[in-house]
Design a protein around this ligand. Sequence first.
Ligand code: NAD
Ligand code: MG
Length: 391
Amino acid sequence: MRRVSVFGATGSIGVNTLDMLARQPGEFEVVALTGGRNVALLAEQARALGAEIAVTAHESCLPQLRAALAGSGVAAAAGPAALIEAAQRPADWVMSAIVGAAGLAPGFRALEQGATLALANKESLVAAGPLLMAEAARHGATILPVDSEHSAVFQTLIGEDIAAVERIIITASGGPFRDWPAERIAAATVAEAVAHPNWAMGARISIDSASLFNKALELIETREFFGIDPARIEVLVHPQSILHALVGFNDGALMAHLGAADMRHAIGFALNWPARRPAPVERLDLAALGRLDFAAPDPERFPALRLAREVMAAGGLAGAAFNAAKETALDAFIDGRISFAEMAPLVEATLARLSAADGIAAAPDTLDAVLAMDHLARVRAGELMSGGFGQ
Ligand code: NAD
Ligand code: MG
């Protein structure tokens, strides 16, 4: 039996992961499940799967979790240290589906004990790609992409020589504001930003999809995963979210990956790799779809992609700063402290504030260095906001 853990089990990716585990009964032994404040769901999941331990990120939720697990035989724990401890429990396969930089340390610890890491938490690669890849290599661990575009590229590259790859194209739906004029985007509400046209996802990644910050993170994720020059990575707007990525080879061939917008495909692929197993996703009827549309992203209304390219050119700890500044801007938008259109300028201003003296150019070679830059970028973004940014 394979031992598996799911970090962020109560989220959108987590729930889909448990759905896929349940479809292969008798194959898995569940070690750790983790969640946040949704303690009732976490306890229900842990009981149903007979997990060894359930961990909530919040210490204040521990009494409730203990009560909900009473008599189940499932251990309960809480807080960041408990998350790390859970990540250090031996497991063969670990789903990293916590949202945000909070997912970095548990994923890092899972790699240390040689687990195959199914990585939905793209923020880990944005903040600490070289570190994570080196850690995986050091411990003989494998990192598998779960992001749909990156799973698509990974699948398209099977049996191919990466040296023959000319370019990688990841698609973006364009989000709910794809056709909105700039003035309307500037005044967008959280409810409007969260309403993704094609994918059912957590609130934060949905808003990041509306601003194209999600695609900005994915540009960096592509670079880190496949080790390809940023100049060879393109973003293509494709409103139907049917074609997830293309790989262009040196003989002019473009190989594409198509499928329904259902994360259970990529999760199942990562779960069963290198095998393919049946997945409960809708089968495409291309004749009924009739057409697939493509367009270039608009850099004026969606500046996030330019920022990602600047971050890749800067290297060092710029990715950690970028992700942290983005998370701070997103929090501020959700809390109503800045407008939708102020997120990108806040991220840009935060990056501009961080100088060589702050260590931004240093290599992301330790977890502590990455977490320190993450913290500093949040402080700088906070200072910019209290200094009147966005007033
Ligand atoms: P979500 O908000 O639905 O779930 C997030 C999970 O993380 C929950 O279990 C929550 O309890 C937990 N969590 C939140 N903050 C935490 C913290 N500080 N410490 C510990 N746990 C915490 O998010 P999601 O949509 O499932 O996305 C999860 C990750 O997968 C993100 O990195 C996202 O970018 C990535 N991803 C998601 C999708 C998707 O379809 N939802 C697609 C591609 C990639
Ligand atoms: Mg994606």
